[in-house]
Design a protein around this ligand. Sequence first.
Ligand code: AHM
Ligand code: MG
Length: 328
Amino acid sequence: MSQGTTFTKYISDCAKSNPEVPASLLISVANACKLIAKQVEQGALAGIIGSAGSGNVQGETQQKLDIISNDILLEACGKDMTLAAMASEEMETIFPANDAGQFLLLFDPLDGSSNIDVNVSIGTIFSILKKQHQGPASEKDFLQSGNAQVAAGYVVYGPQTTLVYTTGQGVQMFTLDHETGEFLLIKENIQISADTKEFAINMSNMRHWDEPVKRYVDECLAGVEGTRQKDFNMRWIASMVADVHRILCRGGVFMYPWDKRDPKKPGKLRLMYEANPMSFLIEQAGGASVNGKERIMSLPSEQLHQRVSVVLGSKNEVDLIQKYHLGK
Ligand code: AHM
Ligand code: MG
């Protein structure tokens, strides 16, 4: 389709040739994200900066914008008759919408919360599953592996507000035009280069990493003189949405691995509404996504808020890191 096509038209046309596309729900999510973008832009002027003084189910302090974004998504998507129920990083359990709805929506309403107050890119991540039966949805209905996703995506609130999504037919990118209030197509069928010279990891955790991650990063840092025989660059935005967006635009590898700070936790990031949707996008763009040893989208989901170790991005690099984890 031509550059500048609106997201609504793009999705509606896709749904004509593929009735499995959750068109109305994707449009509802996009509309909610336009409202979140408005709040983000206004910042202190809208009184959205700072802590809400509460904590979420994961024991993390909630920012005002975490709660505002969550409420916007619940309100905007709750009216969608195709949606049965929602689950969010900010809610302990599921939120029912319409019993007759056939889809389930999961989201991290505001990813990169530590960046809200400092005016650095943040985002919303979403994943859509199909309800497997008639009638009201339960929490158990959400426990499907990443392979079952019918759509996934994110909106990054940065210098531009950009929506990126997939329904399993490639990855498409739209930027919000503030004049018309529409998301307009800017890139179709995005592909990530298999090789890269850029990695993203929070280096301050280096002393806590496991051996395969240490080995990989040490080899990158050794540059042209080392075994990799090339110099690497490093970036870490601390908003997964913004780091993944950069990787979709110019390649790279992103890691938030398990570490020894809290050995019982499999990782920091959440499987259902952070790792699975990002893995779907990355794989659709020709990249790879693993928890170290295994493909993330094949992992069984056991809990709504389950955590996972994440390594994703340019295929050859992810394959190498996986090889180190497998002891090869
Ligand atoms: P959040 O969903 O509470 O914002 O946490 C997830 C974020 C990711 O976006 C980012 O990759 C990571 O946490 C940054 O963590 P750290 O501050 O440990 O580097
Ligand atoms: Mg968050």
